[in-house]
Design a protein around this ligand. Structure first.
Ligand code: C2E
Ligand code: CA
Ligand code: CA
Length: 561
């Protein structure tokens, strides 16, 4: 984009083309108050000055009737000249006829002779210059340089213009976003990130005809499409996914799409885009779906999320976040024994009451705030293990959740080691739960980070096992110390034979890998028995206890002792 900032304190250059000396003088006097004024006695001289390139002109004021080359001819030649055609021309004339003719030829405005009041002339000049400069700003940012798609500003202008002529056509807006785009940049470098954006741009442009729409890119990794109503948006997403997975084989790139259908024409175009974006943001971090349709409830939801983001710092400071503990019992012997606990966060919000982690964990995972929160939980948990150890003389290992965002934090291991030192713990006391889907996203890098943690003695539990897409092949190369069976299998065990079969299969896999299996979400004696009969080692669930505050958890320890 042209930078007007650095010329704003300099005077703009204006060229006065007029054969009569006296008129040139009058105009120069008026204009020199605000502008650097140059003059020419006829069209030919004017073109010579303009083409010499000694300075860049913001405006030309031209008489029409002049010897050698008149104003009409000069305007005609100007408009043919690629480098000069955008300089606006104000014609100065006393004949109404000529005014119309010159405007038709491309003049921007006219001033009548004898000259208007000086202030009127200055005001008209200023207005024309401003109009032209605004036009070039829009023109300058018409395209996003990286992808060749439109810029957001131009996209919005384009839609507004199209809507003027096709107001009764139903339209949809699609917003497309790349999940964890910044991670992609961090892991593979900016160039790789750029290549992904460029590829998305290409695929979208190839689709323009088919969907009779256009697209833009904004905020690094956000794309919008304006298209006819009932466009097959799922197929657009498929084509994007296909194109990306063909091009980038080493990393799975996940796209999300928000759809605002049948846009409300009484709203502003900008609001249409916001609504598509709101829908798109809602499924951030939600791996069960990649398309969300906007509805009005979403508006409240996004307000709610905005509030949570605003409140997180205060909540940490005021200890509105509390860490609860849920026991895990070893069921291999005759009598279940307390084996360890899982630390689970709770938010006791002063105005909104108890908020479930489901409302804020995915949200904070999507914007990076989770790192702050997790570090708080790890610290609290480490302190708590230390306190129990001091009081009861035994360390109850506690597992903490390590979000996929935390894993790439360079000082992760150092941070854990510091917590151990500060609380006089060993690595075996602080277990780390990493969700299975994090492994399938970027297996190689994750494996090396996990190996590094294990070398220092940390034990890793693979969380939500069965919900991701680990291949059997990958499983054998992943260093883990326990598998946590996703609770939906446990809860469906009785309902469908397939889940039961899967539980058996997972137990066999664990047996093969020689790691213990932890079944989560066990609520009934019957579930416990089914699992025990099939060789499950450890149980976590309401059957034993819900997650409870540390004071209550102490009772489990005391009972055990
Ligand atoms: P998760 O890691 O899979 O944790 C297990 C969830 O199952 C917990 O939900 C727990 O309260 C719930 N649960 C345990 N036993 C039963 C049962 O018998 N029946 C049922 N229906 N549910 C049971 P919670 O505490 O609501 O946490 C939900 C998710 O939020 C967790 O799933 C975890 O992914 C995330 N989360 C919780 N605390 C943290 C944290 O400190 N850091 C991070 N990164 N994520 C956390
Ligand atoms: Ca967990
Ligand atoms: Ca889990």
């Amino acid at each position: 984009m042209q930078n007007f900032g650095d010329i704003s304190n300099l005077k703009r250059h204006v060229l006065v083309v007029e054969d009569e000396l006296i008129n040139r003088e009058i105009l120069s006097n008026i204009l020199s108050k605000d502008y650097e004024v140059h003059s020419a006695a006829n069209g030919e001289e004017a073109l010579r000055i303009l083409r010499s390139g000694t300075c860049s002109f913001s405006l030309i004021l031209a008489d029409l009737l002049m010897p050698v080359m008149d104003g009409f001819e000069m305007i005609r030649l100007l408009k043919e000249d690629e480098s000069l055609r955008t300089i606006p021309v104000i014609v100065m004339t006393s004949e109404t006829d000529a005014e119309v003719r010159s405007i038709k030829m491309g003049a921007a405005d006219f001033i009548t002779k004898p000259y208007d009041m000086p202030d009127v002339i200055l005001a008209r000049c200023e207005r024309i210059i401003e109009l032209q400069e605004n036009k070039s700003i829009i023109h300058g940012t018409e395209k996003d340089h990286l992808t060749g798609l439109y810029s957001r500003e131009y996209f919005v202008e384009y839609i507004k213009l199209t809507e003027k002529y096709k107001a009764d056509r139903k339209v949809d807006i699609l917003a497309i976003n790349i999940e964890h785009f910044h991670l992609l940049n961090e892991l593979y470098g900016r160039k790789a990130g750029d290549n992904v954006l460029i590829r998305i741009g290409q695929i979208l442009m190839d689709l323009y005809d088919e969907i009779s729409g256009i697209g833009c890119r904004t905020e690094a990794d956000c794309f919008y499409i304006y298209c006819g109503h009932d466009t097959d948006y799922a197929s657009i997403l498929n084509k994007l996914n296909q194109g990306l997975s063909d091009t980038f084989t080493s990393h799975r790139i996940r796209l999300r799409m928000g759809v605002y259908r049948d846009a409300d024409k009484s709203l502003m175009v900008e609001n249409w885009l916001d609504r598509a974006k709101t829908a798109c943001d809602r499924i951030r971090g939600d791996y069960s779906t990649d398309i969300a349709i906007y509805n009005n409830d979403l508006f409240d939801q996004s307000k709610f999320q905005e509030r949570l983001i605003n409140d997180i710092d205060d909540a940490i400071e005021h200890k509105d976040f509390i860490v609860f503990y849920q026991p895990k019992y070893d069921i291999r012997g005759d009598k279940p024994t307390l084996r360890s606990a899982e630390a689970l966060i709770r938010w006791n919000h002063p105005a909104l009451g108890m908020i479930s982690p489901a409302s804020f964990i995915p949200l904070f995972e999507s914007n990076g705030l989770i790192q702050k929160l997790d570090r708080f939980v790890w610290q609290e948990a480490a302190k708590q293990i230390g306190l129990w150890k001091e009081k009861y003389g035994v360390a109850i290992p506690v597992s903490v959740n390590v979000s996929r965002m935390d894993i790439y934090y360079p000082e992760l291991k150092e941070n854990f080691l510091r917590l151990l030192r500060e609380n006089d713990l060993s690595p075996k006391d602080l277990l780390l739960e990493i969700t299975e889907s994090a492994y399938s996203e970027n297996a190689e890098q994750l494996i090396s980070i996990v190996e590094n943690l294990r070398e220092s003695g940390f034990m890793i539990e693979m969380d939500d096992f069965g919900s991701g897409y680990s291949s059997l092949n990958m499983l054998t190369s992943i260093p883990i110390d326990a598998l946590k069976l996703d609770m939906k299998f446990v809860q469906n065990m009785k309902k469908d034979a397939k889940s039961m079969k899967l539980v058996e299969l997972v137990l066999e896999i664990a047996d093969f890998l020689q790691v213990p299996i932890i079944a989560e979400g066990v609520e009934t004696e019957e579930q416990l028995k089914l699992l025990k009969d099939r060789g499950c080692d450890i149980i976590q669930g309401y059957y034993f206890s819900k997650p409870v505050p540390p004071e209550e958890f102490a009772e489990f320890i005391e009972r055990e002792l």
